[in-house]
Design a protein. Sequence first.
Length: 396
Amino acid sequence: MFKLNKSKIILILLFLFLIIITNFNFLYNHFVYLIYDKSSLRIHSHFLNCQINAVASDPSNKVYIKSVVKNSNGKIMPGAKIEITIEEGLGEILPASKTTDEYGELLFVYTPPESHKIGEKKPLDVVIKSKIKGTDIYSTISFKLIPVPVVFVHGYQESSIIFDNMNEFLVSKGYNTLSIDFDSTKGVVFASNELKDFLKYKKLEFLKSGILANKFTLISHSLGGLVSRYYTSSEDYIENENVYKMIFLSVPHRGSHIASIGKNYFDDQSIKDLVPDNKLFSTTFYNMINEGLNPSIQIGNIYSQYDEVVTLESASLDEWNIKTEIFSVGENKFTMDNLLDGSILEAPNHKGILSNKKVFERIHQMLNEKLDYPVDKKKELLRPFSIKMPINNVEN
């Protein structure tokens, strides 16, 4: 039989006393709130990020909100139980229910859904309700859920103008679109730094206008795809992490043999970067994140049939398990005469992919669906070794 002596009783009482003292404010606030006339309470909600009127639909765009409970005289009310719900729209709230702190405040976080989950409903209204539990007293805060903004990255000897038709199409579908212009002759590394600064600046610009957008979708053509890959695979990207998807259009992921001809007409860093087996392809990409294709970014890869600049083999991303979708945008212009006189450099099919309605429609689908992530090559190497036994088909 367990017996308590005097010293044990004193220790237990002392322990209980310490618990009460430690939690005195909580217990006191809870008691005061229980007996308080709740009809005199008021609740107000505010954004903590800044004044926001739209949020890009990407889980990285977390919205921090503060609800404050006061009485009709403006006195704060600690210990008030609050229920947080999404009355309209999509997303998640944490925590869904909690108690105001000693300042009468409750902080909670709204996380938007993946962009593909909002479908064609653009923009989508989101209404978040903060309600004092057991009463009809509440406050709401609202904003628009919009698609992730799109950034066009042009190729060699081109400018953002080349995306005008595609830009018009996507704007008509409700997308915020941006275009970067850079000197395409100065090479992939130079353009990558331009892209890094451009995205950081545009993020701040959006925030000033009340739009929370931490990430962008890059639609890149030709050399622009190498620029996008270089930036998102560099150490600089680890700090920024501001790309949601990348959609490549006829990108020479292994270089372009036509660049050897181009060297007769142009002498700059970019034409050197485009030559197959140069340092960019032989060592630089190999030593970057996931050998030059970031595994945390969704990827789409489109190729123009009869492309004069990029072969299908060069455009392929098979080693990362990303499929290549081929579109016919024109006739085969690759002839010996065109090759010898240099007119092949006009590349009607290579550029025509940027003015093709079927390509536009497929890009629109890609923006509205979840794309594949590149295989993480380091994880692949860590998989247990296994032997696949051949299966023989035996006819009965």
